[in-house]
Design a protein around this ligand. Structure first.
Ligand code: ADP
Ligand code: ADP
Length: 225
């Protein structure tokens, strides 16, 4: 069984003359442990698709199945808990809380659910990502690459089955972006996670096991490696 799937997924924005169909009846099945990349021009529907697959939006029609659960049939609160337990998110803009330390940012998903912190796991994760010495810093005291590593640790602290990354290297220079991507790939591989990523960067796209172009809200599967 696929870990993540969508069926006839459609998302429109606006109404009447201003109506935009961002996704047209999209179908996809993603197997556990796959590294899948969505590429395609700006405005083609990549972020809309990622947000829908990640339970962050609501489709106009169609459905999303994650670990067999029909996401948008779940009540809002249950969806929020399921999302925090099953998914990790990494965004282009890091999205760290500026007044919280790196450690507090990383632990946020646990604290939101009143779950216990496993100090050994926090230590292992931050060592792996090379930020163990930066845990008491505020995001503003960290470089972009370090901030993104903190965001990756936050995405992984709950041991999620699926990690979504929307242009995770988009705000980083090439060298730092490559380092961050290597760490993200290494950590999801070690944890056996599924990684679903949007990127404009062909150098990054070619590292994925599966590449899908998004064009005008429709998917074009490219040859697998
Ligand atoms: P991409 O991530 O590939 O750049 P998006 O999913 O952001 O594409 O956008 C797909 C289409 O949906 C575009 O035409 C965009 O303008 C439109 N769109 C995205 N978000 C909104 C929104 N909140 N309101 C109205 N239109 C939107
Ligand atoms: P991008 O940098 O790719 O444009 P955004 O920063 O705009 O992505 O975030 C996309 C959406 O996801 C926003 O509505 C934001 O509130 C939401 N979001 C961001 N981080 C999380 C998270 N960890 N959990 C749930 N929702 C999030």
């Amino acid at each position: 069984m696929s870990v993540l799937a969508c069926e006839q997924l459609t998302r429109t924005y606006g109404a009447g003359e201003a109506k935009v169909t961002a996704l047209h009846e999209v179908n996809i099945e993603i197997e556990a442990g796959q590294f899948v990349v969505f590429t395609g021009p700006s405005g083609s529907g990549k972020s809309t698709l990622l947000h829908l697959l990640g339970g962050l939006d609501a489709p106009s029609s169609g459905r999303v199945l994650a670990e067999g659960k029909d996401l948008y049939k779940l009540p809002e609160k249950e969806l929020a808990v399921f999302r925090r337990r099953t998914f990790g998110f990494v965004f282009q803009s890091f999205n760290l809380v500026p007044v919280l330390t790196a450690a507090e940012n990383i632990l946020m998903p646990l604290l939101l659910d009143g779950r216990k912190v496993d100090p050994g796991w926090l230590d292992q994760l931050t060592q792996m990502l090379g930020i163990a010495e930066r845990l008491s810093h505020l995001p503003g005291q960290l470089s972009g690459g370090q901030q993104q590593r903190v965001a990756i640790a936050r995405a992984l602290i709950n041991r999620p089955r699926i990690v979504f990354a929307d242009e995770p290297t988009g705000n980083l220079d090439t060298v730092t972006g490559n380092e961050v991507l290597a760490l993200l790939k290494q950590s999801v591989a070690e944890l056996g996670n599924t990684l679903v990523m949007i990127t404009h960067d062909p150098q990054i796209a070619c590292q994925a096991g599966r590449r899908i172009s998004v064009v005008d809200g429709r998917l074009l599967e490219e040859d697998a490696q």
